[in-house]
Design a protein around this ligand. Sequence first.
Ligand code: MRU
Length: 365
Amino acid sequence: MKIDGQPYRTIFPEADGHGVMVIDQTRLPFAFELKRLASLDDAAVAIRTMVVRGAPLIGVTAAYGLALAMRADASEAGIERACATLAATRPTAINLRWALDRAASVLRRAPESEREAVAFAEAARIADEDVASCRSIGEHGARILAEIAAKKGGPVNVLTHCNAGWLATVDWGTALAPIYVAHDAGVPVHVFVDETRPRNQGAALTAFELNAHGVPHTVIADNAGGHLMQHGAVDVCIVGSDRTTASGDVCNKIGTYLKALAASDNRVPFYAALPFSTIDWTLDDGVRDIPIEERDAREVTHLTGRTEDGGFATVQVVSPGSPVANPAFDVTPARLVTGIITERGVCAASHEGLAELYPERRRAA
Ligand code: MRU
């Protein structure tokens, strides 16, 4: 995607091959800054502190983190240590484990002296595949939006939660990719952007992306979605996912489940858009089995933003001393999901639906 006319990916190796550059998402939407990762620790800290975030992007960052680690120690023990460090950064998004497992298995087959180069090449391949998958998700999802717009004879109103745009992937995004492809093709689209407390990825990042791309949108408080759906203002919901089970349960940013309930009550179609790397084929019951990251209470108690004089301030918004809980994700059961938009097409949120698109994953009866 482009910022001020310049094309960017969210992560890319430096031209001299020494470091890896990422967009510092903790500075958005007020400052667009790149940050250099030069070591395993830099990559782990960037994922943990959400300099980079979004399931596909943290997977790719982990793959590059493993490559940076190989520069310091390319032994078998070095691979194990680096994978353990990176896997411990965030527990919910399966893309992180998927990318590490894939890169590590390639590395173990390579001679120690070649592992650094092999790891960088594999990370680049994972990044390129992510771009291709997201572009494809965009094409499949855009057909749904075009159909709704044609039937309606007017702009299609999409509600999205969190940031599942190009900033959450390497490029294009998952939930926002259909919106970009449809918008670019002339389909009239308007997006309701949930602010997404506590970290405000919707208000800060999704709004930033849609502004930069010229897509009409309106930021709403998280609690406004149900009301808008009751009044016919939302035609379709599209969200991303951090982990989706083989049975179609969709884990995504906290608050997604409530939107799915409201959508179901108001017969608004609810889609999850995700690449194959987000599917956890080992799990069936997402509510029971997906580990939900519990984050720092300070994300709930404090807000940081720009002041009117252009500075930055952090203010406390919760009564001092009140206990706080901060689960970062929730699980929307498959029964509330109209369909899953993948790089291979759109399928039902079920074993059968996913197995049809990914026959190589079909389990033996
Ligand atoms: O905590 P975050 O900002 O990493 O959470 C991101 C989300 O929940 C996204 O919706 C999800 O990763 C899908 S990204 C294409």
